[in-house]
Design a protein around this ligand. Structure first.
Ligand code: NAD
Ligand code: UGA
Length: 481
């Protein structure tokens, strides 16, 4: 199948590379020329395990191509994915300007061929219909321009190109200059559930694939597109993947509800952790104990510094905002956010309790990214810690397996980024494990303790072996024990 993916970020690039691997002919479009030029040369704009190899193979076979030209990108594509960013505005609402720009541009370049236009970006409930409207507006603008420049004859061409089945008389194009021509497409919602750091595994092995649409034709095309994943073809193993068909609004809501539930689960265990600290229980044992209950499950019950990243914060905020727009106060979700914000603050309080005055102290952060195996710093808990500690007069240093060696320095003005962990530990009054990178499991903590001014380590992710650390002379604190 011929597929265009617009936006080559964490979602778009992974989706494009995986679909190409499954045998589809994929063209990835981005309006950032540096990104596309890099991709054409095999240079990836993001760090995601396994992606470089997948892109290299896709490019070599010709199944995966890259362009900045949306028009040529969508020319022969039956399915067009919109996978651009939807970051949060200060109000909490998602910023839909990138989706809007792409939808308009798609509309401007549609021809008589039928297309399925897929909202893969996380967009608020009702966006499917809105995207449809913007596409029609784009098509109307383009038709108008053509009409003005080439006269009545072109309008006649458009009329002739129009497929009579699709003429509803409702859309902007249909009313334009009395023309009965409309572009021929359906918009479907196909929310993405991949996690950064395991994005390729998640794409090939999803728990479900959700498609929201009221068009049987569009649903059938989407099912054909995903057939290799659904029925485990092309080297994929395991059980068939559930195929979930819903209306547009429900698919959009499934995405927000899933992220809001997971964020709430983490805030819940962090709240339990805070009670554990006061009562002498150990949240790790509690999580194991409740996680064995199949109705609860152990996943996403790791207490720590709380959730960050490009999606939980903005998606929970957006759902709260949507609820408010409809006159409902989402109290549970507000509490979820509040607990999460305070969790970062609590770590600073732990440092204050241990070191008293932080002014003039040196704190070393192990990890900067919002989770391991990514270079993504969006809403990373490390950024709040850095700002807070800096305000309190501490000197902050950090080492991160990916960020240290990369050019990423956005938001890092108040931290000295070290290139190795020994330099990080040198003269520190405390180390804080912020991101549970695998390499932090095997560090020589005895050696690090010897380099520090005080051998204090706060394990902000409860991922290290406390006993082993104590044996090598480190004082260890954690979250919820
Ligand atoms: P991103 O910021 O990494 O990438 C977006 C890309 O879109 C960028 O490369 C940008 O240059 C490009 N772009 C913007 N405007 C464009 C235009 N007019 N034409 C062509 N390209 C354009 O974003 P992301 O993290 O991949 O997220 C994309 C969407 O997927 C968001 O709505 C997000 O909520 C959702 N999502 C993300 C994840 C994730 O793990 N990051 C997971 C599930 C869903
Ligand atoms: C999350 C969801 O898991 C994906 O399903 C979804 O597609 C994605 O958001 C999205 O919409 O973008 P992601 O943000 O990549 O994926 O990473 P997660 O593994 O979910 O972690 C999110 C945050 O929660 C991280 O900061 C992580 O450290 C924190 N977390 C996670 C905990 O604090 N405790 C846990 O038990 C699990």
């Amino acid at each position: 199948m011929h597929v265009a993916v617009i936006g080559t970020g964490y979602v778009g690039l992974v989706t494009g590379a995986c679909l190409a691997h499954l045998g589809h002919s994929v063209i990835c479009v981005d309006n950032n020329p540096a990104k596309i030029e890099g991709l054409q040369r095999g240079r990836l704009p993001i760090y995601e395990p396994g992606l470089e190899e997948l892109v290299r193979r896709g490019s070599a076979s010709g199944q995966l191509r890259f362009t900045t030209d949306l028009r040529s990108g969508i020319e022969n594509s039956q399915v067009i994915f919109i996978a651009v960013g939807t970051p949060a505005l200060p109000s909490g609402d998602p910023d839909l300007r990138y989706v809007e720009a792409v939808a308009r541009e798609i509309g401007q370049h549609l021809d008589e061929q039928y297309r399925v236009i897929v909202n893969k970006s996380t967009v608020p409930i009702g966006s499917g219909d809105w995207v449809r409207m913007i596409i029609l507006d784009g098509a109307a603008e383009a038709a108008k321009q053509r009409f003005n420049s080439s006269g009545e004859s072109h309008l006649e061409e458009l009329r002739q190109a129009g497929n009579p089945e699709t003429v509803t008389g409702q859309g902007s194009v249909a009313t334009l200059q009395g023309s009965r021509w409309m572009p021929h497409f359906d918009v479907v919602s196909n929310p993405e559930f991949l996690r950064e750091g395991s994005a390729i595994h998640d794409t090939f092995n999803p728990d479900r694939i959700v498609v929201g649409s009221d068009s049987e034709r569009a649903i059938e095309i989407m099912q054909q597109l995903y057939e290799p994943i659904l029925s485990r073809q092309g080297g994929l193993s395991g059980d068939p993947v559930p195929w979930v068909v819903t209306d547009l609004a429900s698919a959009e809501m499934i995405k927000y509800a899933a992220n809001a539930f997971l964020a709430t689960k983490i805030s819940f265990i962090n709240e339990i952790a805070n009670i554990c600290e006061r009562t002498g229980a150990d949240v790790t044992q509690v999580a194991d104990g409740i996680g064995l209950d199949k109705r609860i499950g152990r996943a996403f019950l790791n207490a720590g510094l709380g959730w960050g990243g490009s999606c939980f914060p903005k998606d929970v905020a957006a759902l709260i905002q949507t609820a408010a727009d409809y006159g409902y106060e989402a109290r549970l979700l507000r509490a979820t956010v509040e607990v999460n914000q305070e969790q970062r603050q609590r770590l600073v309080e732990k440092l204050q309790q241990a070191l008293k005055v932080l002014k003039g102290k040196t704190i070393g952060l192990l990890g900067l990214t919002f989770k391991p195996n990514t270079d993504d710093m969006r809403d990373a808990p490390s950024l709040s810690l850095i700002e807070h500690l800096h305000k309190l007069g501490a000197k902050v240093k950090a080492y991160d397996p990916v960020v240290s060696g990369s050019g990423i320095r956005e938001g890092l003005a108040h931290v000295v980024v070290e290139t190795d962990v020994l330099r990080l530990a040198q003269d520190c009054d405390a180390l804080v494990l912020v991101t549970e990178w695998q390499e932090f499991q095997t560090l020589d903590y005895g050696r690090l303790a010897g380099l520090m001014r005080r051998p204090l380590l706060i394990d902000g992710r409860n991922c290290l072996d406390r006993q082993a650390l104590r044996q090598v002379g480190m004082t260890v604190l954690g979250v919820g024990w």
